[in-house]
Write a protein that binds this ligand. Structure first.
Ligand SMILES: Nc1nc2c(ncn2[C@@H]2O[C@H](COP(=O)(O)OP(=O)(O)OP(=O)(O)O)[C@@H](O)[C@H]2O)c(=O)[nH]1
Ligand SMILES: [Mg+2]
Length: 209
């Protein structure tokens, strides 16, 4: 367990492109359907109760929230997608904003995609996965709320989901996660450690940007 993450602090929220902090350092973003458990995962990983706001009401995180681990490392909580009551206009705004963020943000070093283990791989999840593939961005999937299934059922879902990705030639790692039952915390830290430590070959990713 890396205690570095426990010092994380909220620094900033952005709604538009010009509001994003300077494009420097390394950031790892958390994306996923509304209510999938992104904010809960960030709280768990940083061992803080209320760092990222958790809500029973889907569509709560409507900003790009920046959390600072240290001067060079950041975690980013992205707005959830796919919430039925979101207006067309808002949906279009975030769709465009996220696409631009994925394709142009140089500080972005990896994506943690959070999917509720009971509903993995919906259409918008696939869109995220495609963007990662097209921009050569490292992708790790957290199958969240694993506590809602038996261990066997959770393993089965993970195998099926891995298989579906393999069929589409998607290069991604995956793990089970639960913010309520402490499942998968070490694994998530290990991935973050690797991504932050690795000097991702910048020229390689930038070729695709
Ligand atoms: N049982 C269980 N519930 C969870 C888990 N993670 C999150 N939840 C619940 O799921 C709901 C949504 O969690 P959030 O972390 O706010 O989800 P989010 O993806 O940030 O949602 P938006 O910000 O609306 O996009 C809350 O009621 C959480 O308590 C988990 O691991 N297990
Ligand atoms: Mg949230």
């Amino acid at each position: 367990m890396n205690k570095l993450y426990f010092n994380t602090q909220y620094i900033y929220s952005a709604q538009t492109w010009p509001q994003l902090p300077p494009d420097q350092g390394a950031e790892i973003a958390f994306a996923g359907r509304s209510n999938a458990g992104k904010s809960s995962a960030i709280n768990k990983i940083t061992r803080q109760r209320n760092l990222a706001r958790v809500s029973k009401t889907p569509g709560r995180t409507q900003m790009i929230n920046y959390f600072q681990i240290d001067e060079e490392r950041f975690l980013v909580d992205l707005p959830g997608y796919g919430y039925a009551k979101t207006s067309q206009k808002t949906r279009r705004h975030w769709q465009q904003m996220l696409q631009k963020y994925f394709t142009q943000r140089k500080a972005l070093k990896g994506l943690m995609l959070i999917m509720d283990i009971r509903h993995p791989l919906n259409e918008l999840d696939w869109q995220m996965i495609e963007w990662c593939k097209n921009t050569n961005l490292a992708l790790h999937i957290l199958l969240s709320k694993t506590d809602k299934l038996s261990r066997g059922a959770a393993q089965n879902t993970m195998m099926r989901t891995l298989h579906a990705l393999e069929e589409k030639n998607v290069d991604a790692s995956m793990q089970l996660f639960s913010a309520t039952n402490n499942i998968g915390l070490e694994d998530a830290h290990t991935i973050l450690d690797q991504w932050f430590e690795q000097t991702i070959d910048k020229t390689d990713r930038q070729k695709h940007l």
